[in-house]
Design a protein around this ligand. Sequence first.
Ligand SMILES: Nc1nc2c(ncn2[C@@H]2O[C@H](COP(=O)(O)OP(=O)(O)OP(=O)(O)O)[C@@H](O)[C@H]2O)c(=O)[nH]1
Ligand SMILES: [K+]
Ligand SMILES: [Mg+2]
Length: 436
Amino acid sequence: MRSDDTIFAPASGYGRAAISVIRISGARSRFILETIAGGMPAPRRLVLRILKDPKNGTALDEALVAWMPGPESFTGEDQVELHIHGGLATRAAVLKALGSLDDCRPAEAGEFTRRAFLNGRMDLSRVEGLADLIDAETEAQRRQALSQLEGRLGQTTERWREEILQALALLEASLDFSDEGDVPEDLERDVLRRLSDLEASVACVLANRSGERLRDGLTVVLAGPPNAGKSTLLNALARRDVAIVSPIAGTTRDLLEVHCDLGGLPVVIVDTAGLHDSADPIEQEGVARARARAERADLVLWLVPPEGTEGEPPAARRVLRVRTKADLNRSRDESDLTVSAATGEGMTMLIERLSREAEETLGQADALLTRERHRRALERAHRSIKSGMDLLERRGPIELAAEEVRLAARAFGEITGRVDVEDVLDRLFSSFCIGK
Ligand SMILES: Nc1nc2c(ncn2[C@@H]2O[C@H](COP(=O)(O)OP(=O)(O)OP(=O)(O)O)[C@@H](O)[C@H]2O)c(=O)[nH]1
Ligand SMILES: [K+]
Ligand SMILES: [Mg+2]
């Protein structure tokens, strides 16, 4: 794959639609537009054109076309958009015509965004914001992703990086002084004050985990003995037939996740295998997976059917006891909630309860960090700042303090993709759809 090829791809979804948008980016964009649309429109204006096959001049479609010259385009390169009719045959014919041109090829997943990043049009944290925006399933996730796309995280870490580079400059100046055997104490005190301000700001951001939580959603695991009604409840919460339900104990073996939107907040509900001792190695594996997932979950709903023995809930952060199949047994007990997926009894209460849990955990999300990657980089920056401060306070070697400060600057730079992020790039861009 050559990075100086001109690339093209449908930017709207596949399947039949009224309009389909095809994006083109690269040096041949102008030539392509001239060739298939018969001339150049004014930049950034949609104009109606007949698209013609470059091989034989036959008409392909009537389309709105736009010419977006670089460097002020999304990718930073010359770009073209063709808004063609959304029929499958039309799209196939236009894509085939584009593919027949020299140095033009279909784009790989995320290649447009990768070019935008490489051409300095977006920093890495904004690229991640864009990926999250495309994947956002709820209102709160959308707002968070948009704020990251707008550059809140990137701007903050860039500011921190600049501040720490100033501290580094001062330290280096004091190194020069120390050659002359005279380290001004003011200078070191000044550096120490700057580092300590920065340390406090970074610690404050690290303490807030709500961004990552909001991105991933609140995880609720449905656990219980076999036949407790876990899969039935999952289907009822999802309002569709996701999991197999049967009177046979041990129906569910794998974990099954459903993403729900509760009042604009993302909740992931996980159905699991019934917890019990089994000689069957597949069931044992299912039970082990159920226990592991319960341990990591924000909340476990421990489902207890009216019949049979209850057993012990799995190890978990928080457990709510839910009596199932209320239609079969009217007796009250010490459960937190009582539901019947069959009649719908108690379902409103359960959903309200889950919404409240989501609101408490995710509701006030105003966090800067949304990914583990950000957190790891910031933690490293924080550690280095603290080591640097420690060295200065103990009047240790200035060279070592300067090195710590340099490491912190580097860690800040990783968040926006200034340094060392090749592996992150490959993973991130391949998670995009083709055409983005
Ligand atoms: N009457 C009544 N039956 C229910 C209710 N919920 C589930 N059942 C029945 O209970 C049986 C077991 O339900 P499942 O949802 O498969 O139970 P499970 O906990 O997922 O079972 P495993 O996956 O085998 O562990 C099925 O026959 C369901 O129709 C309910 O609220 N009322
Ligand atoms: K079952
Ligand atoms: Mg089941």
